[in-house]
Design a protein. Structure first.
Length: 624
């Protein structure tokens, strides 16, 4: 099309560059094509996995429609709500309704009242009308439609929304050694069982070739447990759930299966009395055995799932759940071997102490041990909660900041490369409004961390935690501090700027490689940087601001120039980049006042975050 060119762009929220066809706004077409190629070789997990792969197969068509017809190009988590959720998190959940949520129908209110009477939805503390209204809003956000008024159809859907008592998942997800689906599922199910299931981590999988079955080892109430999971079929087995029921008292709460057809497996916690009340009030029938379609996918073992004898937990003797920091910091017990606390997978069926010499630690196991024993306790001491499998969170009102690790797909037993992603989301709308990478916040840091087999993990953990405490934690707090999300259209910001036309709108007809050649031909001379701050191209101004920041605080003219761009530059990327560049001059009262003004007055959320972040860095260093 006339006026379209390939151009580089800078995305300040991700602190990254991309090359794209010049559309407004730009989108990462190369990434779309890359993801399309990756998904052609992907191993789809379940029905939704196949649907997602088919959706990726249309990526080239969507790119064409966006460029030619300005059509929509959603991210995969927008097209498939919940696609980013792990098996640890609930698929659906109910929170308090918003003022804009419409009231629910009378039929739905009756269903909510029946479920509450049967024993479900002990929280949140809402009236039946409020619960039905909140459930309707949650279902719309997740599934894109309304809850039906038919009592039975509405009842089982509402049952899914009680995340404190119900777990559900597509169980036709293919399972392979090393994907850790069973440990994640066990952690998710243990959440709905509450204090009675005091799990000790890590959960270990033994996919030994000497047996066709998977041996799943973990600690429960300080006792070593081992489950035998038939692995002839590569699907999530209900044996994990029936094995947990073997440990629970017959007269107490246990796990019950609700059959609404495959591939959705539904399990809820209830006593026998609650189960009978649910059927009487709603018509829903709970069974102690899994549905036949599930056991055809993944057969149950012929005998007991538990491979070690257990003492059933009576309600009167249920121990209290220790703190997360306590679980991570417990001293090695008799089921540990070696300095790394590695648990043996070779205990005899009677629980004897026969042991073999533990193998040398791989990079993969070293990474897990580092996160479990060093990083996780430090994050919990900081006030965060969570685990390696689901990430760590810190909540402030309606906002949650999170810390998630991502291993490189090229990691091996010898070397694991990983990154740390930080972000913040608005819980009522489940919207992510801020993201960053930890290494990008640390001055001069390399792009990743590496754990190597045979090398100590303590220095890696120390470097990671030092960078997080100095830069990551202030960045997360700045994201939670009055973020101005969702945007209030009634608010009029004191610093508002008209949108700049794109090069395509200005009629560019040939490639403009200025931004690409700029990093190559930079002289670094001071006068050139000041000249670049007046360049008509935002990317040039942004790069010049970053370089001038390296000359602070000694260069007073550079401080003045950055303060000018922070207040007057029409491009938000340049203003946020100028704010970040000023962090070396945080001891200046003039700089702090300018940052405070930007944090309170700028119309752009990223600029306001950058100003708050630099102010926090200055306060932490004692200069603010």
């Amino acid at each position: 099309m006339p006026g379209l060119t390939w151009r580089p762009f800078y995305i300040p929220g991700a602190l990254t560059f991309l090359v794209s066809v010049d559309t407004d706004p730009p989108f990462d077409m190369i990434k779309r094509v890359f993801e399309f190629l990756v998904q052609t070789r992907a191993y789809p997990h379940g029905t939704r996995g196949h649907e997602l792969r088919r959706w990726y197969g249309q990526a080239l068509q969507r790119c064409y429609d966006r460029i030619v017809n300005r059509g929509p190009d959603p991210e995969y988590w927008e097209a498939f709500p919940g696609a980013q959720d792990s098996r640890v998190s609930a698929r659906l959940s109910v929170s308090r309704p918003e003022a804009a949520d419409p009231p629910a129908s009378a039929a739905l209110v009756e269903v909510a009242e029946a479920l509450r009477e049967a024993g479900w939805f002990a929280s949140p503390k809402l009236s039946p009308a409020g619960l039905a209204r909140a459930a309707q809003a949650a279902w719309r956000r997740s599934e894109g439609g309304d809850l039906p008024d038919d009592p039975v159809e509405a009842s089982w859907r509402l049952l899914l929304l009680d995340a404190d008592r119900t777990w559900s998942e597509d169980v036709d997800a293919g399972i392979r050694p090393g994907d850790e689906i069973y440990p994640a599922t066990l952690e998710g199910v243990s959440h709905i069982l509450g204090k009675g299931m005091n799990l000790g981590w890590p959960v270990e999988e033994d996919w030994s070739t000497s047996s066709p079955d998977l041996l799943l080892s973990f600690k429960l109430r300080s006792r070593k447990q081992r489950f035998r999971i038939p692995s002839a079929a590569p699907y999530l087995s209900a044996a994990l759930l029936t094995g947990l029921n073997e440990m629970l008292p017959a007269d107490g709460a246990r796990l019950w299966f609700l059959d609404r057809g495959g591939p959705l497996g539904i399990v809820t916690r209830a006593t026998a009395q609650e189960r009978d009340a649910l059927e009487r009030l709603t018509g829903l029938r709970l069974d102690v055995v899994p549905p036949a379609w599930w056991t055809r996918l993944a057969p149950l073992p012929d005998g007991p799932v538990c491979q070690l004898p257990v003492v059933p937990l009576s309600p009167a003797s249920a121990p209290s759940r220790p703190s997360a920091a306590g679980r991570q910091g417990e001293s090695p017990g008799p089921d540990h071997a070696g300095p790394a606390g590695k648990r043996s997978r070779h205990a005899s069926a009677g629980g004897s102490a026969s042991r073999s010499t533990p193998p040398a630690e791989t990079a993969q196991s070293g990474f897990k041990r580092m996160m479990r024993d060093l990083v996780a306790p430090a994050l919990r001491d900081q006030g965060m909660s969570g685990s390696l499998s689901r990430g760590f969170e810190y909540t402030a009102g309606d906002y949650t900041a999170w810390f998630v690790t991502q291993k490189s797909r090229h990691s091996t037993r010898e070397e694991v490369d990983f990154w740390v992603h930080l972000g913040a989301s608005h819980e009522p709308t489940k919207s992510v409004y801020w993201q960053n990478q930890l290494h990008a916040l640390i001055p001069g840091h390399r792009s990743r961390w590496t754990v190597q087999a045979g090398s100590p993990v303590e220095p890696v953990a120390a470097d990671l935690l030092d960078g997080f405490r100095k830069y990551g934690w202030p960045a997360m707090l700045a994201a939670l501090d009055s973020p101005g999300y969702p945007p209030d259209l009634a608010v009029r910001w004191e610093r508002a700027f008209p949108a700049e036309p794109t090069p395509a709108a200005r009629g560019a007809t040939e490639p403009d490689l200025g931004p690409l050649t700029w990093p190559v031909h930079r002289t670094g001379r001071r006068d050139d940087l000041f000249a670049d701050l007046a360049d008509p191209r935002p990317m040039i101004r942004h790069g010049a601001a970053a370089e001038l920041g390296e000359k602070l605080p000694a260069d007073h003219d550079a401080v003045a120039a950055l303060l000018n761009r922070l207040e007057y530059d029409p491009d938000p990327r340049v203003r946020s980049g100028s704010a970040l560049a000023l962090r070396r001059a945080g001891d200046s009262l003039e700089v702090r006042r300018a940052l405070q003004a930007a944090a309170a007055q700028d119309e752009d959320r990223e600029v306001r975050w950058a100003a708050r972040y630099v102010l926090r860095l200055a306060a932490a260093s004692g200069t603010g």
